[in-house]
Design a binder for this molecule. Structure first.
Ligand SMILES: Cc1ncc(C[n+]2csc(CCOP(=O)(O)OP(=O)(O)O)c2C)c(N)n1
Ligand SMILES: [Mg+2]
Length: 370
């Protein structure tokens, strides 16, 4: 009898049906018009204004951070312009008791979750005080190792579940991060344990100079959820309402014991990868930049709010002035932090200090007293 050599599945159809299920979710289009009324989140006018304020503020924070970095007053900085809807609207959908596990580009979310701005500046300078979130501010330090925060989030979410808390752990990585083993381990573990986690992939189209088309053969990054047995959704990451609605829905499912969700937000970083010498003109065309800048979250949300009669230029200018003022105060406060000492690093590392560090602590205390 002849053995069957042909696969029994029509793979072409399989791919088609998978891709069909991961269409981009949008509520507000580029012109600021609602295109998906039934999905409109339940937000008051005050909440909509607050969301806009935070996005405008964050754009200013980005501009000021870039300039402070150029003046040598900040250290590590990864620009955020273009990712405001993805970052700010996702944090806006959280509650205070939720935990944020950020990547290096996700400083705005932890600041809006309660980390004082001067501490974010200290983080940028590599000062240990930047990593000490105040009690009750549920944020971890920005992760530099690509994807590592996905595994940590599975753990934090499982902890939340075991304690019976009504909260979630949300984390962020980039398109490049989805190629890491940690990414798969994190979503798989959280899925298996139905842990209350929200995994956000901010697809800003590039991992430094590598475009998504080179990163993976997958049509969308959201569909990577399928293998972990969890829901996945691709969202217009330049649309604050769509991002808010998707994260809010994921949060509700998570606290109701229905497990994690993977959310891919389609966005773009206008600036360089970091301030450490990256030149995006070497790997991106100005046409592509223009295409994405037309989708800007601030432009479309401003149009939407103005149309509703709840936003105007004066309000926006007021936010800009407030942001500049607060940023100035925060950098001044960061300047006042005590100079970092080796004894600080040794003493903050462990709850109970191992004997070898105790020895080193004495040595450095002696040195620093001179
Ligand atoms: C495990 C690991 N490998 C490599 C790097 C170096 N690295 C820093 S950022 C980056 C690209 C990440 O791109 P993406 O995940 O798309 O995030 P984006 O910077 O675009 O927000 C790489 C490879 C790293 N930090 N960690
Ligand atoms: Mg990226």
């Amino acid at each position: 009898m002849a053995s069957k050599t042909k696969a029994q599945i029509d793979y072409k159809k399989q791919f088609e049906s998978i891709n069909k299920q991961f269409q981009t979710f949008q509520i507000l289009n580029e012109e600021g018009k609602v295109v998906n009324e039934s999905a409109m989140p339940d937000l008051t006018d005050e909440q909509l204004q607050e969301l806009m304020k935070r996005m405008v503020y964050t754009r200013i924070l980005d501009q000021r951070s870039i300039s402070l970095n150029r003046q040598g007053r900040l250290g590590f900085y990864a620009p955020t312009a273009g990712q405001e809807a993805s970052q700010i609207a996702s944090q806006f959908a959280l509650e205070k008791e939720d935990w944020i596990l950020p990547g290096y580009r996700d400083v705005p979310q932890i600041v809006w979750h309660g980390l004082p701005l001067y501490q974010a500046f200290l983080f940028s300078r590599g000062h240990f005080q930047g990593n000490q979130a105040p009690e009750g501010v549920n944020v971890l330090s920005p992760q530099i190792i690509i994807g590592a925060q996905y595994i940590q989030t599975a753990g934090v979410a499982l902890g939340i579940k075991k304690r019976g808390q009504k909260a979630v752990a949300i984390t962020y990585t980039g398109d490049g991060g989805t190629s890491q083993g940690d990414f798969y381990e994190g979503i798989n573990f959280a899925g298996a344990f139905k842990a209350p986690a929200i995994f956000v992939v901010q697809n800003n189209q590039f991992a430094i100079s590598t475009p998504v088309s080179v990163q993976t053969a997958a049509e969308t990054l959201a569909q990577k959820a399928v293998a972990a047995g969890i829901p996945g959704i691709q969202v217009d990451g330049m649309d604050p309402l769509a991002v808010y609605a998707a994260v809010r829905d994921a949060r509700e499912r998570a606290v109701n014991g229905e497990g994690p969700t993977l959310i891919e937000t389609m966005c773009y970083r206008y600036g360089p990868h970091t301030m450490a010498g990256d030149d995006p003109t070497r790997y991106r065309t100005s046409e592509l930049d223009d295409e994405w800048e037309k989708r800007d979250p601030l432009i479309r949300f401003r149009k939407f709010l103005e149309e509703k009669g709840i936003w105007n230029e004066d309000m926006e200018n007021e936010v800009i002035e407030q942001a500049k003022e607060e940023i100035k105060d925060a950098i001044k406060k960061a300047d006042e932090a005590p100079k970092q000492k080796v004894t600080d690093l040794i003493s903050i590392m462990h709850e109970e200090m191992p004997y070898n560090l105790k020895e080193q602590l004495e040595i450095y205390k002696e040195k620093e007293s001179k």
